[in-house]
Design a protein around this ligand. Structure first.
Ligand code: ADP
Ligand code: MG
Length: 450
């Protein structure tokens, strides 16, 4: 019986081999002089054939007490999920990060706006080390994260021995903080510098103003580069626009290949809408796809939202979406985004983030809120004010005009303050730097307490 034979085969092979390569296998047919084995996906088939074909043939011949040949075939699993959770990926022992299985090269539409980024990413996935580092920048929702995951997914399938690490700069910072708190930096460094072959770091703009994390990242990069490991960095700004980044780090970023993703044109957006629908087996008529391409602009997350909505609609009504539905959905998405934007900038952003920042500064300097806004020129208070202005600019992304309103100072006083702190940092003023780090830690603390 097929299952019994498979079980006997399993017992004859090493556990590691089984787990990594054959856990998805099935014996499909036992013929007189041939055994047919099905495997979870086509890439697995090639590798298993090459690596274990002979061993499996010999073992099976042994068990069956007759000379059999072995052939492998890929089991057609549910087609809509063909790139999802291939069992091989699931059991791969070297997997260091979670990857979105929908973000693969095959599901990425190549157009004028992203061609360079796409091909560089593909090149990196196929020959790691060739363009090192690769730095991809572009606005939110244009496919950067998609490409990073595509690199990872490609490598998992084609170079299963590579240890691929993906994380956002924020994750990196959080892990570092955790390591510092538990006095475990050795382990942290070992983990990032020694146990990674491909390092994919997303949204590095998050580290603007976070100097100590930048320094750590710089050393991580150096160590990886020096041992020939591939690094890919994504950011919503160009290296130059990361102006407050440590110059050493910026020149590292610029050392390899820097590519840009631009906004897709309407034609590409049309194809993306079609592709996204195709990926979830949604039928999308040409006129609806055109409508989406014309009306859902720039941020492709919205396009994805629209497609998911259409999918839901189709499921519920049992009818393919027509133009009227498409219009409604697009309208509601646009409206929702307008409201979210309002909410983000005013309520959530200003009250939570800015408040946390102000509180942290007050705590660090041990002063009262009203002193901050007072006309006092006491050194402690004016320094606190300067640091706050600086941080509101860098972290709060507020402009000088709003900061001066908030702190009740004039425009030039505020820009002077910001410049002064910036200079102190550049000149390596330890006191200011430690104040800044303390405040940042306090903010982090509050964030995790929330
Ligand atoms: P970013 O990281 O640049 O903010 P994402 O990679 O998260 O953007 O992309 C947002 C959404 O748009 C994702 O669902 C992604 O799959 C999709 N997307 C972006 N660019 C493309 C493309 N060229 N083809 C297909 N889908 C895309
Ligand atoms: Mg992203």
């Amino acid at each position: 019986n097929n299952d019994e034979l498979l079980e006997q085969l399993r017992l004859k092979l090493s556990r590691e081999t089984w787990k990594s390569w054959l856990s998805t296998s099935k014996i499909l047919d036992i013929k007189k002089n041939e055994v047919i084995i099905g495997l979870g996906n086509i890439f697995l088939k090639e590798a298993v054939e090459k690596k274990f074909g002979k061993v499996i043939k010999d073992t099976l011949s042994d068990i069956l007490k007759r000379d059999v040949s072995v052939s492998f075939t890929d089991i057609k699993i549910d087609n809509s999920k063909k790139i999802n959770k291939g069992p091989m990926i699931k059991t791969r022992p070297l997997k260091l990060s979670e990857f979105n299985t929908e973000f693969v090269f095959e599901s990425f539409v190549v157009g004028h706006s992203n061609r360079m980024a796409y091909y560089s990413a593909q090149e990196v996935a196929q020959s790691p080390g060739k363009f090192n580092p690769l730095f991809i920048y572009g606005d939110v929702g244009l496919g950067k994260t998609h490409l990073l995951h595509a690199i990872a997914n490609h490598m998992l399938e084609h170079s299963p021995d590579l240890r691929v690490k993906y994380l956002t700069a924020e994750d990196f910072m959080n892990e570092m903080m955790k390591a510092i708190r538990s006095k475990d930096m050795d382990n942290f460094r070992e983990k990032f510098r020694k146990s990674v072959d491909v390092f994919l770091i997303d949204d590095v703009q998050f580290l603007i103003g976070k100097n100590s994390v930048q320094t750590e990242l710089f050393h991580t990069f150096n160590s990886l580069f020096n041992s020939g490991k591939q690094v890919v960095i994504c950011s919503d700004r160009t290296p130059e626009e990361l102006a407050t980044f440590h110059p050493r780090l910026i020149s590292r970023f610029e050392m390899g290949l820097v590519v840009n993703i631009e906004e897709p044109d309407a034609g590409t957006r049309y194809l993306i809408a079609k592709k996204m629908a195709h990926m979830i087996s949604l039928q999308l008529s040409d006129d609806v796809a055109h409508y989406l391409a014309e009306h859902v602009d720039r941020n492709l997350r919205r396009m994805r939202g629209a497609i998911m909505n259409l999918m839901l609609h189709t499921k519920i009504t049992g009818k393919p979406a027509n133009m009227e539905t498409a219009r409604k959905i697009v309208d509601s998405i646009i409206r929702m985004n307008d409201e979210k934007r309002k909410y983000n900038s005013k309520e959530a952003f200003e009250t939570i983030k800015i408040n946390t920042l102000v509180n942290s500064v007050l705590q660090e300097y041990d002063i009262e809120r009203k002193e901050l806004y007072s006309s006092s020129r006491k050194k402690k208070i004016s320094e606190a004010r300067q640091i706050l202005a600086y941080m509101l600019k860098i972290y709060g992304k507020m402009n000088v005009k709003d900061i001066s309103k908030m702190l009740k100072r004039n425009h030039s006083t505020i820009s002077q303050s910001i410049k002064k702190i910036d200079q102190s940092l550049v000149l390596g003023n330890k006191l200011i730097k430690s104040k800044l780090d303390n405040i940042k830690n306090k903010m982090e603390q509050e964030k995790t307490d929330m």
